[in-house]
Every structure is written in C-alpha cells, then in structure tokens.
Design a protein around this ligand. Structure first.
Ligand code: FES
Ligand SMILES: [Fe+2]
Length: 356
C-alpha cells in the first residue's frame, strides 16, 4: 500500500481531477450536469456520473442459490436469471430467451449444467448456447444467450459488469473472516436505499460525519491509502460503550466500486463484508454481513449482538442523509474535512463509455 496523504489538508474545492471525471467544470446544481456523463443519465438523475460502474457486484449470497434452483434477478437495470447446475457452478444469463422472450428465471428448469426455457423447451447449456430445440431438426446458428462472468467467493456469488465488455481488471479477494474459523457465522442484513453506493460510500473519508451523525465523542484521525482498485481508510476512533469511552481502530477497505470490508477493533473485533449492487439507476441493494471474532472456547451466533445492533442503527442514521442529499461536484470543503479528492479520483477508474 502506498501512503497518499493525510485527510486533513483539503482546503480548496476538489479540483480538476475530480470534476473532470464528470465531464463538467461548471458550478454545482442541475446546470452543472453537462458533458459526457450527462448523456448517460436520465434527465431526473441527481448524479453527474453513470449509474453502473465497472467491477464485481454481489448478485446474491451463495445460500440463496441452492443446487438445481433458478432465480430471477433484477440488478444493474437488467433482467437476469441465476441458476446452479449439476456441476455446482452458479451461472448468470440474460433473463429473456432469444426465441420468443420468455423469462428463464420464471419457470425455467435446470437440467445438468443447462437451463430449459418454460415456453417452448429450448435448452441452453452452461455457456449459454442452445443445444436442443425439442421440435426442430436444426438449431438456429445464432441461438446464444448472453452469459455473464461469475465468481463465487466468501459466501457470495459475484457478477462482473463492464460497460465496454472488458475482462475484469481485478479479482475478488478471499477473506478468512468469512470462513467461520474463529469468527461467528456471517449475520446478513439488507437495505434498499434510494441512492448510489459511490455517493454513500464517500462516508469512508468523511471523518466529520462520525461526530455529527453517529455521535462519536471526537472526530477520528484518518489516513488514506490508495493502490489501484483498493482504497483504504484507517481511522483512530473513540467509541461510546457501556463501559465508557474506549479507543479503537476502524478500517474500511474498498475493492472496486461495490465490495468493501470494515474492520473494527476496540471492545469487540468486528468484521463487515459490505456489498452494494445497483437495482436501477437510482436505487441500490445494500447488504452488510457481520462477523465477530470469537474468544477461545466461545461459540457461534449471538456473540457481538449488541455491536451489530449498534452498527445497524448507524446505518439508519446514514441512510436519512444519503437518501436526501445532493451530490456536489465542487463541495465547499474546509481544512478539517476528509480526503474527498482522493476518493473521487479513485472512483473515476470504474467508469467508462458504454458500448452499444
Ligand atoms: S421463448 Fe424460450 S423456448 Fe420459446
Ligand atoms: Fe456513517
């Protein structure tokens, strides 16, 4: 990791690197939404950047897709079908059958590693190629359904999206905290939030909000580290606990635009696997999965329940801000604010022009 800058030195507006990502150097407000990015937006969007970033997104948790099951998914403004074949591999295809448009996730059935359409029985293999039309002598040469790149890791099925159809530029890491070894099983929570994750996630560098939204006794000291697709913020925090104010560390690490871990030390060592998947241009499915480190001899669920309740409460505090805030391309920052410039420059790498 390369140390970039302490977060307490930003005085000026974010500057050209942050604003040019949005294709505009104009002032804040609706009139600022011009240039390249605007052409990707609906006129009512409050964000001057495209709704769907490039990277790995949680499609669903592994346990939500048992062997032989088919699930419809509405994610990234698209309709998908997810299924798990006889080889145990999860697969995600475009939902609508190329024949006459049936939704494969509604009545489709798994056969081996393939999925059969409920409408006229065409069979699509694990690569999305049609391998059987039960009532025809010839399979149309172009009978192919789009198959999306998928990886299953940390109890999550991730799908890769790239607006220009490029291969992934990074991989999803494996986190030992998700293994259950020495940690509680993941406690999973979901929220549907009327906001975009990359706007919500700016929280990571917003040290002042801890004091005013979450009521921490002080504003934490933070350092930011950026390396390629990884963005890490280490915060030295003081936390209110039933035993009084204690010192701890809160580290958030982003791996691409939609996967984040949080490590909190202090009273209880806590790990969070945070994933955020756009449902459509303005709505995000946010999920936090919590694990708490077990003391030697300690067992299972329920450990750290109070800490998890507190973190859920914090989410609701943030949510009220997120769902109602505006996105300023040139916020009026002061010297006590966090390193928003570093965050926005990092975020820029996950956007590209869509292809037709
Ligand atoms: S619509 Fe799928 S087989 Fe006809
Ligand atoms: Fe927050």
């Amino acid at each position: 990791m390369r140390h970039l800058a302490p977060p307490d030195t930003v005085v000026a507006p974010l500057g050209s690197a942050a604003t040019s990502m949005l294709g505009s150097n104009a002032a804040n407000g609706p009139s600022a939404r011009s240039g390249v990015a605007l052409s990707l937006e609906s006129p009512s969007s409050r964000y001057p950047f495209p709704p769907y970033a490039n990277g790995w997104f949680r499609a669903l948790y592994s346990h939500e897709l048992p062997g032989g099951e088919v699930k419809p998914l509405h994610r990234l403004g698209r309709e998908w079908v997810a299924f798990r074949g006889g080889d145990g591999q999860p697969r995600i295809f475009d939902a609508h059958c190329p024949h006459l448009g049936a939704h494969l996730g509604v009545g489709g059935t798994v056969e081996g590693d393939a999925i059969r359409c409920p409408f006229h029985g065409w069979l699509w293999n694990g690569d999305g190629r049609c391998v059987e039309v039960p009532y025809a002598k010839r399979i149309p040469a172009k009978a192919q359904i789009r198959s999306w790149r998928v990886v299953e890791r940390n109890g999550v099925v991730f799908v890769h999206h790239d607006a220009t159809h490029r291969a992934p530029s990074y991989e999803v890491p494996e986190f030992p905290e998700c293994s259950g070894e020495g940690w509680t099983p993941l406690e999973i929570r979901h929220w549907t939030v009327n906001s975009r994750w990359l706007d919500m996630n700016e929280n990571a560098v917003d040290q002042a909000h801890f004091r005013f939204v979450h009521g921490t006794p002080t504003i934490p000291e933070a350092t930011v580290e950026v390396e390629g697709h990884v963005f890490r913020v280490r915060n030295a925090v003081k936390m209110n606990t039933p035993r009084g104010v204690i010192e701890g560390e809160l580290t958030t690490t982003d791996y691409g635009p939609a996967l984040q871990t949080v490590h909190i030390s202090g009273a209880v060592d806590t790990f969070m696997l945070n994933t955020a998947t756009p449902i459509d241009a303005e709505t995000t499915d946010v999920s936090f999965a919590y694990a708490v480190r077990l003391a030697p001899g300690q067992q299972g669920r329920g450990v750290g329940a109070a800490r998890i309740r507190d973190l859920e409460h914090q989410f609701e505090q943030d949510r009220a801000i997120w769902e109602n805030k505006a996105y300023w391309e040139r916020p009026m920052l002061c010297d006590g604010d966090g390193n928003f410039g570093a965050y926005r420059r990092w975020m820029k790498q996950f956007f590209s022009e869509p292809s037709a």
